[in-house]
Design a protein around this ligand. Structure first.
Ligand code: HEC
Length: 110
């Protein structure tokens, strides 16, 4: 067991330099999410706000990551009445998705 944990930590440590090279979450948000979700993540006429958002606050990191990579279409949509179209799946690396999940979690008022 100890050995497994050691290996996991070691693998994580190796992954970090790669993450540091990736664009930071703020600029990723700006280029990929802001057009629909708004500059302060407060929402727009075409997409819900992501700051102080109940789903982002309560969902697991995995659920949020899946929403980002798979988008929200058809029966998966939560707000079909409020917004004209769903969310298209986002093509991002796993690192980028994880950074965005942390970024969104950081936008939730405590
Ligand atoms: C083309 C517009 C568009 C883009 C680009 C977009 N989204 Fe969305 N997003 C939406 C719409 C519309 C919904 C709501 C869909 C529904 O459930 O009805 C949504 C829903 C979400 C939700 C779920 C919110 C909730 O209350 O359930 C999350 C989380 C999210 N988007 C994150 C992101 C992130 C992160 C990015 C950037 C990588 C992004 N979105 C890019 C349109 C977009």
């Amino acid at each position: 067991m100890k050995r497994t944990i050691f290996c996991a930590v070691f693998t994580l440590a190796l992954a970090v330099p790669g993450a540091a090279l990736a664009a930071d979450a703020g600029s990723l948000y700006k280029s990929r999410c802001q057009p629909c979700h708004g500059p302060e993540a407060q929402g727009t006429a075409i997409a819900p706000g992501l700051a102080d958002n109940q789903f982002v606050r309560e969902a697991s990191n995995e659920e949020i990551a899946r929403t980002i990579t798979e988008g929200r279409q058809g029966a998966d949509r939560k707000y079909p009445q409020q917004f004209p179209t769903g969310m298209p799946p986002q093509k991002l690396s796993e690192d980028e998705v994880n950074q965005l999940v942390d970024y969104l979690k950081g936008l939730q008022g405590q």
